[in-house]
Write a protein that binds this ligand. Structure first.
Ligand code: PMP
Length: 397
């Protein structure tokens, strides 16, 4: 058997504007980052609260490394579960108002675990079409049947629920990672109740961002543990650290400890990371002003975007109230050209193309952080205006 022709495959990707590229940062993750010797204002990270460098978290990490070393040395069930993991789990559960929580080394692994453990052969998973890749892969990993419903389309979701007599799970992101919109969880909870289905919510982009105290979608919608029995969130986004957790009733969490393959068969996250996560969680609890700052930046961006909108460029700015603010450009080539111009002007934003997003919906994914200043937001909007104006001029020539 021959190896695939990787060179040719890469060239094909490049020709269709789909080659993904990594940039190497030589600075910490922060508002101004250093990339290839160039200083860029960063509107691309998920560090929504600007906690990736929070001094007390760095301090907690180094002290825990002094005490526990650099690696957990084993999986949780063997002997890798250390006090910082335990403390973090308890603090997270109490923060989101759940009985218990289990931490995972990543959100990707947490989602695989949830779907592998809950949905069994003969069950039906009904998933939003725009769910995160880790949920999609979790569905693939489970033995259950699955079907998808058009993004946030409650009428079709209800039809699917009504039609099936199987055990049913409804799976959704709370805040969609590429669109920034919020799933209608109140209605989904009512539907799950009516059709006896279990709702699974991935709160990766809601945790630390929405809700009065940043507790995420449960707080935003006022939903308790009975209504949202399976709540997952990541620690590598708003919390500025690394890892993820799943929370809910204690027996459910204990069952994950027993059965989740992506928990059992992997090394525990370093205790130092668990300590840093806990320090940032405490920082968020004690400093509500950072969340207020993020919320203020989101409204300021939306407000200032009106000027950009009034220029009438052929783009769609999605109506997001969260830290994720996408501008849909359409084709890959135009997106890359615009992104290049923005980069030249000193801004780093996400340039997202298919298959991460549907065909012809390539987009700039602007992410806001509590650490941005209003002036930096103004500068970004000016840069976007310049880049789109130049692009339009070129197209019309
Ligand atoms: N769920 C969603 C909605 C995400 O956006 C992400 C990360 N992009 C994940 C899960 C995976 O989280 P992690 O990065 O911790 O693996």
């Amino acid at each position: 058997m021959k190896f695939l022709n990787f060179q040719q495959l890469l060239e094909q990707r490049a020709e269709s504007g789909l080659l993904r590229q990594r940039q190497t940062l030589t600075s910490p993750q922060q508002t101004i980052v250093s990339v290839d010797g160039k200083q860029l204002i960063n509107f691309a990270s998920n560090d929504y609260l600007g906690l990736a460098n929070q001094p007390q978290a760095v301090q907690a990490l180094t002290s825990a490394a002094d005490r526990y070393g650099v690696g957990a040395g084993a999986s949780h069930l063997v002997c890798g579960h250390q006090k910082p993991h335990q403390d973090l789990e308890e603090a997270l559960a109490s923060f989101v108002g759940r009985e218990a929580a289990i931490t995972f080394s990543s959100g990707y692994m947490a989602n695989l675990a949830i779907l592998q453990c809950l949905a069994k052969k003969g069950d039906l998973i009904i998933a939003d079409k725009l769910n995160h890749a880790s949920l999609i892969d979790g569905v693939r990993l489970s033995d259950a049947d699955s079907t998808r419903f058009p993004h946030c389309d409650l009428a079709i979701l209800e039809k699917r629920l009504k039609k099936s007599s199987q055990n049913k799970f409804v799976v959704t992101d709370s805040v969609f990672s590429m669109d920034g919109d919020i799933a209608p969880l109140t209605e989904m909870v009512a539907m799950c109740d009516k059709y006896d289905a279990i709702l699974i919510v991935d709160d990766a982009h809601g945790f630390g961002v929405i809700g009065e105290n940043g507790k995420g979608s449960a707080e935003h919608f006022g939903l308790n543990q009975k209504q949202l029995p399976v709540l997952m969130a990541t620690l590598g986004k708003a919390l500025g650290g690394f890892g993820a957790f799943v929370s809910g009733e204690k027996p459910f969490v204990d069952y994950l400890v027993q059965q989740a393959r992506s928990y059992i068969y992997t090394t525990a996250m370093p205790a130092s990371i668990a300590s840093a996560n806990l320090a940032n969680l405490n920082h968020l609890k004690q400093n509500p002003k950072i969340l207020a700052q993020l919320k203020s930046n989101i409204s300021y961006f939306r407000q200032q975007c009106e000027t950009f909108k009034s220029a009438g460029f052929p783009v769609t700015i999605l109506p997001s109230e969260t830290a994720i603010q996408p501008i849909i450009v359409g084709d890959n080539e135009s997106l890359l050209a615009i992104n290049h111009r923005i980069l030249e002007q000193g801004f780093l934003v996400g340039a997202i193309r298919p298959p991460t997003v549907p065909a012809n919906s390539a987009r700039l994914r602007i992410t806001l952080s509590a650490s941005h200043s209003h002036r930096q937001i103004d500068q970004l909007i000016q840069s976007l205006t310049n880049a789109f104006a130049l692009q339009q001029k070129e197209v019309n020539q």
